[in-house]
Design a protein around this ligand. Structure first.
Ligand code: FE2
Ligand code: FE2
Length: 154
């Protein structure tokens, strides 16, 4: 494996670890049990993504049942036109965490799409294509959670 590809995969692993941390932190901020379950599932998915990336680095565990169940999900585009949150403060509210996380998922999706194009036709390209799909799904799920929470509070 080229060192450039190794660097790309390592960066993706770091992204997945960061996502895992974010959803673990968010579980503490969430009030509803259903929110905690949702965030725990997201954290687990990110761990699974990391595992797939590491697997491909070690050149085993070829593809790839990522287990993305394809339910119908609507892209609410809530965060698309919001100002980007650069970083989260320690006292960030649950809503801010959800916004930040959804924006981050969108960026990760875009990053993986470009990698999927770059490595098109290879197992690495296939992996990034599947990961991109899942990150977009995460973004939409986070927006739904955001929306549900707003409705509950108002
Ligand atoms: Fe991920
Ligand atoms: Fe994600």
């Amino acid at each position: 494996m080229s060192s450039q590809l190794t660097r790309i995969l390592k960066k993706a692993v770091a992204i997945e670890e960061e996502s895992f941390k974010l959803y673990t932190l968010a579980q503490e901020k969430a009030k509803l049990a259903s929110s905690k379950v949702f965030l725990k599932q997201l954290a687990d998915t990110e761990m699974e993504h990391k595992r797939k990336l590491v697997g491909i680095m070690e050149n085993k565990a070829q593809l790839l049942n990522l287990g993305g169940q394809k339910g119908k999900l609507e892209d609410l585009k809530i965060v698309d036109y919001m100002k980007d949150i650069a970083r989260l403060s320690d006292d960030a509210s649950y809503q801010e965490i959800l916004t930040y996380a959804a924006q981050r998922e969108k960026r990760t999706h875009d990053h993986y799409v470009s990698l999927a194009e770059r490595f098109q036709g290879t197992s690495v390209g296939d992996l990034f294509e599947k990961l991109a799909e899942e990150e977009l799904k995460h973004k939409m799920e986070l927006e739904k959670e955001y929306d549900d929470n707003l409705l509950r509070e108002n």
